[in-house]
Design a protein around this ligand. Structure first.
Ligand code: SF4
Length: 454
C-alpha cells in the first residue's frame, strides 16, 4: 500500500510530486536510503547475547514503548527515537511522508542499528527465501521494541526463519486472486464489485500479508497504460457498482495521481462508490496531510478501510491522521488480521477496538489469517477468533465488534462466523444464550405449526 521513490527523484519538500515506482525486487529495494551520519554504530552480534556489550546496549536502549491506555493514545515514543537515531533530522523532515518513505529501513545491516536482532531474525534477513521484502518506515520502527523479538508490532514487521517453513494447505495465492483477473491487476470475483490493485508498494511490509506473492516485487506498477486498461474494463462492465482500490497501498500515489484516478472512476456512471484500503494511518500517518484530504473529499461517496493490528499503533500521530480523514467526511472502517502473539487475546483486541472507536474508525472485519505460504507462526485456531468475538459481544459497545470472517481459500469469498448463541429449540421456542451465558426463550413457531393446527 505505498509508493516507492528512487534516489534522485523529487526532494522532500515537493510534497505533491509523484514518487515513480519503477521495477524493483526484494533483492533490489525500491528506495535507496540516504545516509544518516549520526546513527550510532551497530549493536553487537546477538549470538553473543551474554556479552557485557549487549547487556550494556539493552540498558541504553530506549525503554520498550509504553503500552497504550484505554483512555487515549499511547504516549508517542517517536520523539526519543528521533533524538537518539536521527539527531540531525528536523521535526519537519521527520513529519514529511516523503522523507519517511525515502528513509525506510530495508536491510539487515540497517535494522541492526536500531534493534538487537535475534538469531532467527538475523538468519531470515540474511537469506533469500522469504516471499516478501522487508521495509519499515523510521516512524513505525520507533514503535518496535529494540530488544524484544516477541513484541507484537515487531513480530508483524521483522521476518524470522518461521516464515521460511511451508506447511501443507498453504499457498502463495490462497484466495485464488490470480485466477480471477480479467485484466492485469484487477480482481473480479463478486459480480458487482472489483478489487483494483493500483501498485504493489507498501510503506511497510506486514509479514502475514495475503499478497506476499506480489507486494513489493515491483511487478504491479501504477503506470497510466495499465491503469487505463483496468478503467476501460470497469467502464464496459455495467454490473460493477463498487471499486476497492488496494495493492500495495494506493495512498503511496502522489496526490495529483490519486486525484486523477479517483476522478476517472467517479466519471463512470454506473459506479456508485469507491473504496480504498490502506495501512498508512498506522505505519506512516504523516501521509495523511490536509492536501491529501482535500483531494479525497472531492470524490465522495468515498470510503476507506484502514488496516490495524494492535493498540500500540494508536499513537497521537495516528489519532491525528484518522481525525483528518473523518473530518473530511470519509466513512472509516478497520480491517484487523487475527495473528498469534500479536492480537490473539480478548484484552488486546478490546483495547484496539476501543482506540478505533475513539478515532472514529468502525471495526469492520476481523480476518482469520489466510493460509499463505510461511504463515503458520501467525495462524491461530478458528476457535480463538470465536473466543475473541464472544469476549467482545455484549461486553462492549456493539459498534466495537467486528465481523469475524474466513476468506475462503480458492476464492469463495468472505464467510462470517459467529459464536453459537442459538443453542437449541423446545417446541415453538428458540433457546438463546446471552453474553453472560444465561439462557432465554424466544417464541419462534415453526412454519408448519404457525397459526396452530386446524
Ligand atoms: S497487509 Fe497491506 S500494508 Fe501490509 S504488506 Fe500487505 S498490502 Fe502492504
Amino acid at each position: 500500500m505505498v509508493e516507492p521513490r528512487k534516489e534522485g527523484h523529487a526532494s522532500a519538500n515537493e510534497a505533491d510530486d509523484v514518487p515513480d515506482p519503477g521495477p524493483a525486487s526484494p533483492a533490489s529495494p525500491l528506495l535507496v536510503l540516504h545516509p544518516t551520519p549520526a546513527i550510532p554504530s551497530a549493536p553487537p552480534d546477538p549470538s553473543s547475547d551474554k556479552s557485557p556489550a549487549l547487556q550494556s546496549l539493552a540498558r541504553q536502549a530506549p525503554p520498550a514503548p509504553a503500552p497504550c491506555t484505554a483512555s487515549g493514545p499511547r504516549p508517542s515514543p517517536t520523539a526519543a527515537f528521533r533524538r537518539r537515531f536521527f539527531p540531525a533530522v528536523t521535526a519537519s523532515e521527520w513529519n514529511d511522508w516523503h522523507w519517511q518513505t525515502r528513509n525506510r529501513v530495508t536491510k539487515l545491516g540497517e535494522l541492526a542499528r536500531f534493534l538487537v536482532l535475534s538469531p532467527a531474525e538475523r538468519a531470515a534477513l540474511s537469506g533469500r527465501g522469504a516471499l516478501l521484502p522487508t521495509g519499515i518506515t523510521p516512524y513505525y520502527l520507533s514503535l518496535l521494541s529494540p530488544t524484544d523479538p516477541e513484541q507484537p508490532l515487531r513480530r508483524t514487521m521483522i521476518p524470522t526463519t518461521a516464515e521460511l517453513e511451508r506447511l501443507p494447505g498453504e499457498a502463495d495465492d490462497p484466495l485464488g486472486e490470480d485466477a480471477h483477473m480479467p485484466v492485469p491487476g484487477l480482481v473480479h470475483r463478486y459480480p458487482d464489485r472489483v478489487l483494483f490493485l493500483v501498485l504493489d508498494f507498501c510503506a511497510t511490509y506486514c509479514r502475514y500479508c495475503t499478497r506476499s506473492r506480489v507486494v513489493g516485487h515491483g511487478e504491479i506498477t501504477p503506470n497510466e497504460t495499465r491503469l487505463r486498461v483496468a478503467l476501460d474494463y470497469i467502464r464496459r462492465t455495467p454490473q460493477i457498482r463498487d471499486v476497492l482500490l488496494s495493492g500495495g497501498d494506493p495512498l503511496a500515489l502522489a496526490d495529483h495521481r490519486l486525484d486523477w484516478l479517483l476522478g476517472e472512476l467517479r466519471a463512470i456512471p454506473h459506479l456508485e462508490m469507491v473504496r480504498l484500503g490502506t495501512k498508512m494511518p498506522a505505519v506512516l500517518p504523516q501521509r495523511i496531510t490536509p492536501q491529501l484530504t482535500r483531494v479525497l473529499r472531492r470524490h465522495h461517496p468515498f470510503w476507506m478501510s484502514l488496516h490495524f493490528m494492535h493498540p500500540d499503533e494508536c499513537t497521537p500521530e495516528t489519532y491525528r491522521a484518522c481525525a483528518r480523514l473523518a473530518d473530511a467526511g470519509i466513512p472509516l472502517g478497520a480491517q484487523i488480521v487475527l495473528a498469534k502473539g500479536v492480537n490473539d487475546d480478548v484484552e488486546t483486541m478490546k483495547r484496539l477496538v476501543h482506540h478505533l472507536l475513539r478515532m472514529r474508525v468502525r471495526p469492520y472485519y476481523l480476518y482469520q489469517c489466510d493460509p499463505i505460504s510461511g504463515s503458520s507462526h501467525f495462524r491461530t485456531s478458528v476457535a480463538k477468533g470465536l473466543e475473541i468475538i464472544e469476549g467482545l459481544r455484549g461486553h462492549t459497545t456493539g459498534y466495537a465488534v467486528p465481523t469475524f470472517v474466513i476468506d475462503a481459500p480458492g476464492g469463495g469469498g468472505k464467510i462470517p462466523l459467529q459464536p453459537a448463541y442459538a443453542v437449541g429449540r423446545e417446541a415453538d421456542d428458540l433457546l438463546l444464550r446471552n453474553f453472560e451465558g444465561r439462557l432465554f426463550r424466544y417464541p419462534d413457531p415453526q412454519p408448519e405449526s404457525a397459526g396452530g393446527a386446524p
